[in-house]
Write a protein that binds this ligand. Structure first.
Ligand code: ZN
Length: 371
């Protein structure tokens, strides 16, 4: 996520109607089901669809492990509606300002406690390997890939990467907005560069993720940080949520411009076998979102683009609600986007790759041979 928050008015509306909203929000799907192109349903049914970056709000309670899922976080229902087989479910470890070393580590543990309860209350679990994703898809029982946005909980202690792995993390986004207080990992695109790109500790963390079998995500890193990460990584990496910076100054706000990836850096990620995820932020409609996907495909190739919405499936956060980011986004996020992609000339096989196949290629490779 980022500093420029989504306009909360729609979220407040959704919250306000939540009590009776299930029926209201679901009704259009049922009404439109007869209109759905059968080719779209076939694509959606075949694809292990993945959102590489999806938030669910973690409610931290300082000094307590009693972190309960927020009322109404019906994750399983929203996942089924979205037609994603899995989401890389994430939360910003630095969502609270750390006052002293140890704080981010506590936030991390509390966040995991929250996630444990959220998953238990939804009858869900974490995917640990590719077989878990395949089973979830076959059985239509959506699953999450546990991630965090920022690795500030490490605090210079490399062994905490394995601790996170043992708690089920299979995807680590090294950077967010604030530095690790003890041992920063690298420069982020929303602050003045002061670390020379990736730090020596950041490089160690990437190698440790590669050793353990965790997907490395360089979202929020500066272009210099991403280039340095590519030099030390022995497995493909992802940049889960961004867009291309090619529009140039004046095309978007200065704040947005610095959050976008240079085409050559995106190509370097692709050349190393990686995937760049396209977020919602450059798009006001589903059609514009698909146009953003097209731009990324033109830049890096169809085998290296994915979906990384940077939205929130449970509408619990100051981010758009995944299943209704745009007007007319009917039938759940992936079905709507797949339909629009088909309309705009993407072949079914291409939609499958971008919808999740490309991420799964990396997830399978990275986690192969590990528990
Ligand atoms: Zn982000």
């Amino acid at each position: 996520m980022g500093l420029d928050r989504w306009n909360p008015s729609r979220r407040q509306f959704l919250t306000a109607v939540a009590g009776v909203g299930g029926a209201i929000l679901l009704a259009p799907d049922r009404l439109r089901s007869a209109d759905v192109d059968p080719r779209v349903e076939e694509i959606v049914s075949k694809t292990i669809a993945i959102d590489m970056h999806n938030h669910v709000q973690v409610r931290f309670v300082n000094g307590s492990a009693d972190v309960r899922p927020a009322p109404g976080t019906g994750l399983i229902g929203e996942m089924k509606r979205s037609r994603f087989s899995a989401i890389c479910q994430t939360w910003p470890v630095d969502s609270l300002v750390s006052k002293k070393p140890g704080d981010y580590y506590q936030h991390f543990l509390q966040g995991l406690a929250f996630e444990d309860r959220l998953l238990a209350s939804n009858g869900m679990r974490r995917a640990l390997n590719m077989k878990d994703l395949e089973t979830a898809h076959t059985q239509r029982r959506p699953i999450i890939i546990q991630s965090t946005e920022g690795a500030q909980f490490l605090e210079g202690r490399l062994e905490r990467v394995e601790e996170a792995y043992k708690r089920g993390l299979r995807h680590l986004q090294l950077l967010h907005e604030r530095d690790d207080l003890v041992a920063p990992l690298g420069d982020v695109y929303t602050a003045a560069p002061h670390l020379g790109g990736l730090t020596a500790f950041g490089a160690q963390v990437i190698k440790e993720c590669n050793r353990l079998g965790m997907v490395v995500d360089l979202a929020h890193g500066t272009d210099e940080t991403v280039r340095a990460a590519l030099k030390v990584a022995t497995e493909p990496l992802i940049v889960s949520h961004t867009g291309l910076s090619e529009g140039g100054p004046g095309t978007v706000s200065a704040d947005m411009q610095r959050r976008l990836i240079d085409k050559d850096v995106a190509r370097a990620v692709a050349a190393a076998g990686g995937v760049v995820g396209v977020w919602w932020r450059l798009s006001a409609t589903t059609g514009e979102y698909v146009a953003s996907i097209r731009s990324m495909v033109d830049a890096v190739g169809v085998d290296h683009v994915g979906i990384g919405t940077d939205s929130d499936l449970t509408a619990s956060y100051a981010l758009p609600y995944t299943n209704q980011i745009w007007p007319g986004e009917n039938g759940g996020f992936f079905r709507a986007v797949a339909g629009e992609m088909l309309n705009r000339g993407f072949a079914p096989a291409e939609i499958g790759k971008i919808g999740g196949g490309n991420f799964c290629r990396i997830f399978a490779k990275v986690t192969a041979g590990h528990a």
